[in-house]
Design a protein around this ligand. Structure first.
Ligand SMILES: Nc1ncnc2c1ncn2[C@@H]1O[C@H](COP(=O)(O)OP(=O)(O)OP(=O)(O)O)[C@@H](O)[C@H]1O
Length: 335
């Protein structure tokens, strides 16, 4: 578990990059921190393993106060914190197996154990056949696999990922995210990943925090944030999902017929909510369109519905849906 309490980072030039950040990453979470360039994400993640020292605040890993560790203790703790980066940070003069071995050498592993461990790690990331290759002979995805193997070398309990898929194409991104998810489960890792891509969050995270101008402006379960974003910046991050449909809907406005966007979350999507509403209020409901977001934790159905009937009754029907845990946004109020 990683806990940050009121953490601040002010660089020596006076720039306040991380502002009063508090968050809790539970064991087994894949926790995403999303924000635009300059939001302070890299600064934040670097504070966790003290690649940067916070100006104030507290940081605990599995209950241990990281800021109280002396140099030797910190080096020891860092062995259990794997980190992967956007540009892989591999040593170009070393082969794949030598790059992975490097993490074991600096952790003082016995020479005769290193070879066996490196083979195990390359097997985990699917690169056994590339052991003798140099980084320049690998694709971006393969390079990231090497860096994942290196990050796992000392059996970490925490994996920190700094834009690990940002330099990769969508297909490779997907395969790296699948690998991260698989190793998270296999080794019960707690994963904290920073990204500027909502796709990444959607694909594998169960929790997310949105960072803007050094602050966490919103955080929670990914499905809650997707279903009911509160801040403008969060809405922007996920708006691409329905932009096209929203524009199309402008042509569909009919006086007296409200149009709503209904988000059915988790179990509520299984229930015959629409038919319940129709039966109770005797109105008509047309389905104009819809999509399903398949998140790592749950599916969220987004339906565009046109209501037909007395406008006051339409309002009551919307209330009933909201009472049944449907998040309703009125796109057109019928006037
Ligand atoms: N060592 C440093 N000294 C001074 N300012 C810094 C330092 N490192 C980062 N900053 C500043 O802190 C702010 C946050 O940068 P940071 O790299 O943490 O953001 P980010 O969200 O990770 O953005 P990006 O995705 O572009 O890396 C920026 O204004 C940056 O210029």
């Amino acid at each position: 578990m990683i806990t940050l309490e009121n953490v601040n980072k002010i660089y020596s030039n006076g720039l306040h990059a991380v502002k009063d950040v508090s968050l809790k990453v539970n064991e087994g979470d894949i926790f995403g921190i999303i924000g635009l360039s300059g939001a302070g994400k890299s600064s934040l993640i670097r504070l966790i393993n003290r690649l940067e020292e916070p100006t104030s605040g507290k940081i605990f890993i599995n209950g241990e106060d990281i800021l109280s560790l002396n140099k030797t203790e910190l080096l020891e703790r860092r062995k259990k914190i794997g980190m992967i980066f956007q540009h892989f940070n591999l040593l170009s003069s070393r082969t794949v197996e030598e790059n992975v071995a490097f993490a074991l050498e600096i952790a003082n592993w016995n020479k005769k154990d290193i070879g066996k461990r490196v083979s195990e790690l390359l097997e985990i990331v699917g690169l056994s056949d590339k052991a003798k290759y140099y980084p320049s002979q690998l694709s971006g995805g393969q390079k990231q696999r090497v860096s994942i193997a290196r990050a796992l070398a000392n059996n970490p309990d925490i994996l920190l990922s700094d834009e690990a898929t940002s330099a990769l194409d969508p297909k490779t991104t997907k395969s790296i995210l699948e690998l991260i998810k698989a190793i998270q489960q296999k080794f019960s890792l707690t994963v904290l990943m920073i990204t500027h891509q909502m796709e990444v969050v959607k694909e594998i995270c169960n929790k997310v925090a949105i960072m803007s101008d050094g602050k966490i402006v919103e955080q929670g379960g990914v499905h809650h944030i997707f279903a009911d974003p509160k801040t403008e910046i969060t809405k922007e991050f996920i708006s691409y999902v329905h932009q096209q449909t929203d524009t199309t809907l402008n042509y569909l406005h009919h006086k007296g017929k409200k149009i709503i966007k209904a988000k059915f979350l988790g179990t509520s999507s299984q229930e015959p909510i629409i038919s319940k509403v129709i039966k109770k209020y005797g109105i008509d409901i047309n389905i104009l369109g819809g999509t399903i977001d398949k998140l790592s934790t749950v599916n969220i159905g987004h339906l565009y519905l046109e209501l037909d009937g007395d406008l006051d009754i339409q309002t009551k029907a919307i209330e009933l849906m909201r009472n049944m845990d449907v998040v309703v946004e009125v796109v057109y109020n019928g006037n």
